[in-house]
Design a protein around this ligand. Structure first.
Ligand code: ADP
Ligand code: TRP
Length: 323
């Protein structure tokens, strides 16, 4: 039986953090056997904010190295970069012509960007449509993403339904997938961890960087013996990701009963994060020594993704009357 199709993208816009890892990257690795997987690097999407060829090229290769370092097997998945499938821009235009402005204006990501800066480019506005094209052109069944991207996947479903209604059954309706418990990984300041907030712990951070980030987490001024509410503590929120169940239970108990100070809690967290990241970081350094191999992997994945997209577009062009 054919496997179901999984697709998801991570933009080449700086170093990934543990929120990206638990929210999205790890899921793709965990599901690579079960699904026919298409992890990709949305470099067209990144163009909405990255306007330096050098940064774009470096960060694109870096994301590939990151994925390989956390265990993605290039023999099992089709890892590719978005611009190797230019058919998605053609499909974006077709979707643009059946989607209304008021509908796109409802996108949270667009509203957030607009609130911050009125001079946003059209790419930011059209972002969900390009994302719908990425998803629908590959007949995707499942899209693993963090919470902030759920609405975009819903929009892809809406657009698929609308196209199917106007031009006849063409696109599969994709579903998103969240990992329970880690929908939103908190940053060192308690907000959502995000590259744009400067509150991240990088996935391949050096030991000293991990130490510095954890020590910067603000806590209240309760002393060691006082009872503390674990659910109110940003250090504890990160323990949930890096502790065994037994260890987490112990820490929770000491918080509630008193007896564990924030310094001790942070020291445990630093050690657990260092133990987790250390081997990944070393593996990453090994992989990065062979850039030709990275490019070969991308080219191979791009070839497969492009061929599938071209087949789909033949059907789409016919359906809308372009041939
Ligand atoms: P950032 O907000 O840091 O710029 P991206 O927008 O590039 O991250 O997100 C890449 C993927 O990682 C998306 O699927 C997103 O939902 C997920 N993700 C990002 N930040 C978090 C987080 N703090 N918790 C869980 N998932 C996240
Ligand atoms: N918008 C996604 C993000 O910011 C990246 C992305 C682009 C994507 N195209 C996609 C994710 C298709 C899943 C499927 O993280």
């Amino acid at each position: 039986m054919n496997k179901k199709i999984l697709l998801s993208g991570i933009k080449p816009t700086g170093r990934p953090h543990i929120g990206n890892y638990f929210g999205m990257m790890k899921q793709i690795v965990d599901m690579q056997e079960e699904y026919d997987s298409f992890p990709f690097i949305p470099n067209y999407h990144a163009l909405t904010s990255v306007h330096s060829a050098e940064d774009m090229q470096r960060d694109t290769l870096d994301v590939v190295i990151d994925f390989l370092a956390i265990g993605l097997d290039p023999e099992k998945v089709n890892l590719f970069k978005q611009s190797d499938v230019p058919q998605v821009t053609e499909l974006t235009w077709i979707f643009n012509c059946i989607t209304t402005m008021p509908y796109l204006m409802r996108a949270h990501a667009f509203k957030d960007s607009e609130a911050k800066n009125k001079d946003i480019n059209i790419g930011v506005f059209d972002y969900p449509i390009l994302m719908a094209a990425d998803i629908l052109i590959q007949d995707t069944d499942l899209v693993p993403v963090g919470k902030d991207q759920i609405q975009h996947v819903e929009m892809a479903r809406d657009i698929a339904e609308k196209f199917n209604k106007i031009f006849g059954e063409t696109f599969k309706l994709p579903k998103s997938k969240l990992v329970s418990g880690v929908e939103v990984v908190q940053g060192t300041d308690g907000q959502k961890m995000s590259k744009s907030y400067g509150n991240t712990i990088e996935l391949f951070a050096e030991d000293e960087e991990i130490h510095k980030a954890v020590m910067s987490i603000p806590t209240d001024s309760k002393d060691i013996l006082e009872s503390k509410d674990p659910e109110e503590c940003n250090v504890f929120a990160l323990h949930k990701l890096f502790s065994t169940e037994d260890e987490l239970g112990e820490i929770r108990k000491k918080y509630v009963e008193g007896g564990m100070g924030y310094k001790e809690s942070k020291d445990i967290l630093v050690k657990n994060i260092q133990d987790f990241i250390g081997p990944l970081r070393e593996k990453r350094k090994e992989i990065a020594k062979n850039p030709d191999k990275i490019i070969e992997i991308l080219n191979k994945g791009g070839e497969v993704a492009r061929q599938r997209a071209e087949e789909k577009m033949k059907e789409v062009r016919k359906k809308v009357g372009l041939i």
